[in-house]
Design a protein around this ligand. Structure first.
Ligand SMILES: Cc1cc2nc3c(=O)[nH]c(=O)nc-3n(C[C@H](O)[C@H](O)[C@H](O)COP(=O)(O)O)c2cc1C
Length: 173
């Protein structure tokens, strides 16, 4: 990413695309915490600090801490995407996570169509309870990822797939 700023209006457009994800029983469980301007750095500082505080000494590495600190350097916005678990739990958790993943995909497709670069990360403390606690999420909520958004000077490379599509499909007829 090149450090250029995405207008907040475009971020709102992407979030309104996300909001059209399918939803079972209309629970609409997708939620977003959007960090912009200097809060992008603040988020990265917080993430690196949480990593240090909650990683056992045996597995802690300075490289990883530095990576978390620097990962947003040229990003315009960071969006923490999570599934908010409704209180009655009528819908299975997997469906609520699926709906939230659909919302994220909508957002990513909208970003691609607008020439906005994205990176969906689940690195660092994404799945650690400390991350949820820090941002005031409920114990049953689920963070699906941290999206880094920005503009890039690099041309899109050709996509690649390791497993042939045919191997992923079983036709029955
Ligand atoms: C749920 C999920 C979590 C991911 N977490 C990471 C991650 O932590 N680090 C990483 O380098 N890529 C991660 N990725 C993959 C990148 O975001 C990847 O660039 C993206 O899936 C685009 O893939 P493509 O190049 O095949 O289109 C994740 C993807 C998904 C779907």
């Amino acid at each position: 990413m090149n450090g250029n700023t995405i207008p907040d209006e475009q971020i709102m457009e992407l979030l309104s695309l996300a909001d059209w994800a399918p939803t079972h029983a209309r629970t609409e469980p997708w939620r977003f915490i959007v960090f912009g301007d200097e809060q992008v750095d603040e988020f990265c500082i917080t993430h690196a600090r949480l990593y240090k505080e909650h990683t056992p000494a045996a597995s802690f590495t300075k490289e990883k801490q530095d990576k978390l600190l620097r990962i947003g350097d040229n990003a315009s916005h960071v969006i923490l995407c999570y599934m908010k678990r409704v209180s009655n739990h009528k819908i299975p958790e997997i469906e609520e996570i699926s709906a939230t993943a659909c919302a994220i995909q909508n957002l990513l497709l909208g970003a691609a169509a607008r020439g906005i670069a994205t990176f969906w990360s689940t690195g660092g403390l994404t799945h650690h309870p400390a991350m949820k606690a820090h941002f005031g999420l409920g114990a049953d909520d689920c963070i699906l990822g941290i999206l880094y958004l920005g503009y890039s000077d690099q041309l899109l490379t050709e996509g690649s797939r390791m497993i042939p599509l045919e191997e992923k499909i079983r036709w029955v007829r």
